[in-house]
Design a protein around this ligand. Structure first.
Ligand code: URP
Ligand code: ZN
Ligand code: ZN
Length: 476
């Protein structure tokens, strides 16, 4: 066979193996793995670099409505460009419903924002904010059928938080349709209680954001989400877990045989609550939910990754500009932490941080790195084996890594829409130098060579972990 491209001279790693071989690519797919593959339109010399499945970041927020006067720092072009420079070949953002909105219309509008503006491939999760009968009875099952096979629900945030009965109703739809439920687990009432009291005591600086949502707030909601999922007998993914107590809730559920899965993020490995204590409003740069905690929580999150309590490592990229009235420093005299938009940029730094802190420091293997950043995302969200691995038949979505390159993370290296990185000054060893999506370079040797029309929308199958199971016995 004559290939379009042969990649030669790289060390290939998947979630299970590391080996040396050439990769033959034809029509955007991997057509052969082996030695001396023969002729190709182009021979790419990997030059001894690592060739890994491109990162899949299954938890990012792009161009999402964010409250009056607040605008997210990234549109699809800037977010997917930034992601590509960070070694990713696919991202999964959220089409977010607001109360009263048709879910179908939300998805249509989100496609309008994304289509033709993506450097890498994308697929959408849904966010369910309005668990009405029309949404749950008609729109949601139809959308799951159409390939929107996962959705997130929130147990906190004004306008987004679902009550327990709403959670149960949403989970029942997931059970019947085989969709996967992702849960943001924090106790809304407890946060409101603490926020009101902190404000009355004049404790309004950004770092009180952490005080307003301490670990028990997350642990309780995690426990409750698991209990509700157990009641309905449906798999559930607890996203952005920040600490050991919540992690142990997930572990206990897993040990009891429940299909409960967990995700953690870079901010819980390398940031702490102290970062929110910056001078004046600087701490706002680190305000996200759940908040970064302490060193013991960092250690617990590492344990969760090493012991496979967490199967996903995502960025929860949710960028707002700092020095911008539409971002973290917005006007109207709203000086309390309550008004700081929650979320931090991270899609470009997720992989280098885990590679350096995890693989290079001996905490996880290279194969576990691939699993946590790519393969498990594809399996969890109905993309495998088209995405998330290096195998014959898979899309040629690849990241080329220089495992020895030393880089100090700094904003001037970033390619997204934010004006800061919360990881400023962190030194990493190992850097993604090139990224290829379906056989075409998007970033090559650190230069952007792709276009914002190259990325495709990928309709997804159901999660490997969430098969449709019909109504529960106790349902009428
Ligand atoms: O603070 C965060 N994480 N903002 C993003 C939205 C979410 O809850 O994931
Ligand atoms: Zn969340
Ligand atoms: Zn998020």
């Amino acid at each position: 066979m004559t290939f379009d491209t042969i990649i030669r001279g790289g060390t290939v790693a998947t979630a299970s193996d590391t080996f040396s071989c050439d990769i033959g690519i034809k029509d955007g797919r991997i057509a052969a793995l082996g030695d001396r593959l023969g002729e190709a339109g182009e021979i790419v010399d990997a030059g001894g670099r690592l060739v890994l499945p491109g990162g899949i970041d299954s938890h990012v927020h792009i161009a999402q409505p964010s409250g009056p006067g607040i605008v997210m720092a990234d549109d699809f072009a800037s977010a997917t460009r930034s992601a590509a420079f960070g070694g990713n070949t696919m991202v999964l953002p959220f089409a977010m419903q607001q109360k009263g909105e048709s879910l179908r219309q939300v998805v249509t509008d989100y496609h309008r924002k994304a289509d033709g503006h993506c450097y890498i491939d994308v697929s959408f999760h849904l966010i369910i904010a309005d668990a009405s009968e029309a949404v749950l009875g008609q729109e949601l099952p139809a959308l799951v059928h159409d390939g929107y096979t996962s959705f997130k629900v929130f147990m906190t945030y004004e306008g987004l938080a679902l009550s327990d009965i709403e959670m149960l109703n949403v989970m029942s739809v997931a059970r019947e349709t085989g969709a996967l439920v992702m849960v943001h687990a924090e106790n809304y009432d407890a946060i409101r209680f603490l926020t009101d009291r902190l404000e009355r005591a004049g404790k309004t600086a950004p770092h009180f954001h952490g005080t307003s949502r301490p670990i028990p707030v997350e642990r309780e909601a995690t426990h409750r989400a698991i209990s509700l999922a157990e009641l309905v007998d449906v798999p559930v993914m607890i996203v952005h877990v920040s600490n050991g107590a919540a992690m142990e809730e997930i572990r206990r559920a897993q040990q009891r045989g429940l299909k409960v899965y967990g995700e953690t993020c870079p901010q819980y490995l390398v940031l702490t609550e102290k970062d929110m204590e910056g001078l004046n409003m600087e701490g706002a740069k680190y305000v996200c939910s759940p908040p970064p905690r302490d060193e013991a929580s960092q250690a617990a999150c590492w344990q969760g990754l090493q012991q496979k309590v967490f199967s996903l490592f995502s960025s929860d990229h949710c960028p707002f500009r700092y020095d911008d009235p539409q971002g973290k420093l917005h006007p109207k005299g709203r000086t309390s932490f309550r008004w700081v938009p929650n979320g931090i940029p991270g899609v470009e730094t997720r992989l280098p941080i885990l590679f350096s802190e995890g693989v290079k420091k001996g905490r996880i293997s290279l194969n576990d790195f691939v699993a946590l950043t790519s393969t498990n995302h594809a399996r969890t969200y109905g993309l495998y084996p088209k995405k998330g691995t290096i195998a014959v038949g898979a899309d040629a979505d690849l990241a080329f890594w220089d495992p020895e390159r030393k880089v100090t993370i700094t904003q001037s290296l970033m390619h997204g829409g934010a004006d800061y990185t919360p990881y400023e000054g962190i030194e990493v060893t190992g850097w993604p130098v090139s990224t290829m999506v379906r056989g075409r370079f998007v970033v090559r040797d650190g230069k952007l060579v792709g276009t914002e029309t190259a990325g495709q929308y990928v309709s997804r199958a159901k999660s490997e972990f969430a098969k449709p199971r019909g109504r529960h016995d106790f349902m009428p």
